[in-house]
Design a protein around this ligand. Structure first.
Ligand SMILES: Cc1ncc(COP(=O)(O)O)c(C=O)c1O
Length: 400
């Protein structure tokens, strides 16, 4: 008898980040004062002018209809203009596909590029969604593991050691979720040239492009390495830059044949993104970057506080991230120690103990392919942040 759930779909795991978030929210609903460092979304509301554009659109019948599957033509044009402004990458609007969040762009990029057995080089620690999207497309993920000693930066030598005859795609994400690592321009160029030399495709996720701190600069691999030619697919969206996670608008930019094929797929899967949400995204990408600049300043302040306070905890080693809104400390030195009558052996066990004993939610490194670490988001209010890390300091200093 055939099984109830297909093998393909049974192989997909629950999103670990959403699971931690759900558990923390359930504890909160039960009246416990949980502080959550799990969520991957800005704590700010969407800027007013974007909301107003959506309200006006919701009142107009012409925005109550389907749009072309690829998106509103004026939004595709605005995304092309914005990509030139922010990434220095010139692209025709016909090469932009508007998707239901960056997540659908990730899924469709791999579905469009991969045949069964094609290998994808993925730098670990990696965001939880990539493995599932690659697996669903029949691709084979090959991890290239980085750690805190290099600030989670990957080198050409590491990538070359992982390349085989079956390698088709390099996934490049800078700034990175979960580590916040930002690759310097020279390294981006070296990696891109290496990919071009070997005829690889590069799928680059630029969703955190505007969240960089200190002296770090975002470099788009598509622009930095023209030798890549048309073998580049850019993924992006409005979620992180404009505090618009719930509006679900992202996009994919690629060569015409890839965009056309991905649009065909989307036309059967979800048709177009909500028309009203597209109008909101249009207001966002057409507008200036002053709102993200204000959020960036707040994130930068919280980043510094968090790194300082975490490094005060014996056994925690937290490199200073230069982008996104996450820190990724190693907690390896705490594993196997006694804490409140228990001896957690893995970062997952330690995270569970912390949630129960300190009512603080962190995501264990198991979710990102590298056990022995935690991911903490600093996209939460300053007071909660200090209170949450103080609880961690108090609890973890008891470890013996
Ligand atoms: C690296 C990265 N890419 C893409 C996304 C997708 O964002 P969304 O689907 O909300 O646009 C996220 C969200 O967490 C992310 O962290």
């Amino acid at each position: 008898m055939s099984s109830r759930i297909s093998a393909r779909i049974s192989a997909i795991s629950e999103s670990a980040t959403l699971a931690v978030d759900a558990k923390a929210k359930a504890m909160k609903a039960a009246g416990r004062p949980v502080i959550g460092f799990g969520a991957g979304e800005p704590d700010f509301p969407t800027p007013g002018y974007i909301v107003e554009a959506a309200v006006e659109a919701a009142r107009e019948p012409r925005f109550h209809k389907y749009t072309p599957a690829g998106g509103l033509p004026e939004l595709r044009q605005a995304i092309a203009d914005k990509t030139l402004r922010d990434s220095g990458y010139r692209v025709d609007a016909s090469r932009v596909l508007v998707t239901n969040g960056g997540k659908q762009a990730v899924y469709q990029a791999f579905a469009t590029l991969l045949d069964p057995g094609d290998e994808v080089l993925v730098v670990a620690p990696y965001w939880t969604t990539y493995p599932e999207a690659i697996k669903l497309a029949g691709g084979v993920q090959v991890d290239v593991v980085t750690d805190e000693t290099t600030g989670y930066l990957v080198s050409v030598e590491q990538l070359e050691a992982a390349r085989t005859e079956r390698t088709k795609v390099l996934l490049f994400v800078s700034p990175s979720n979960p580590t916040g690592a930002v690759h310097p321009r020279e390294q981006v160029e070296a990696i891109g040239r290496w990919a071009a030399e070997h005829g690889l495709w590069v799928v680059t996720d630029e969703i955190y492009e505007h969240l960089v701190y200190g002296g770090a600069e975002f470099t788009s691999i598509a622009t930095a390495v023209p030798e890549l030619g048309d073998r580049v697919v850019i993924l992006n969206g409005v979620a992180k830059t404009y505090a618009m996670t719930g509006w679900r608008v992202g996009w994919l930019i690629g060569p015409s044949d890839v965009v056309k094929a991905a649009t065909n797929l989307q036309s059967h899967a979800t048709s177009n993104v909500s028309n009203v949400a597209q109008v909101a995204a249009l207001a966002a990408v057409k507008g200036d970057l002053s709102a993200v600049e204000r959020m960036r300043e707040a994130f930068d302040r919280r980043r510094k506080t968090m790194v300082r306070m975490l490094n005060e905890i014996p056994g925690v080693l937290c490199p200073e991230p230069q982008g996104a809104f996450y820190v990724y400390p190693s907690v390896k030195a705490l594993l196997g120690k006694e804490l409140r009558g228990r001896r957690p052996q893995t970062s997952a066990e330690l995270a569970e103990l912390i949630l129960e004993e300190a009512e603080v939610a962190v995501v264990p490194g198991e979710a990102f392919g590298t056990p022995g670490y935690f991911r903490l988001s600093y996209a939460l209010g300053d007071d909660d942040l200090v209170e949450g890390v103080s609880r961690l300091q108090k609890l973890l200093s008891e470890a013996v």
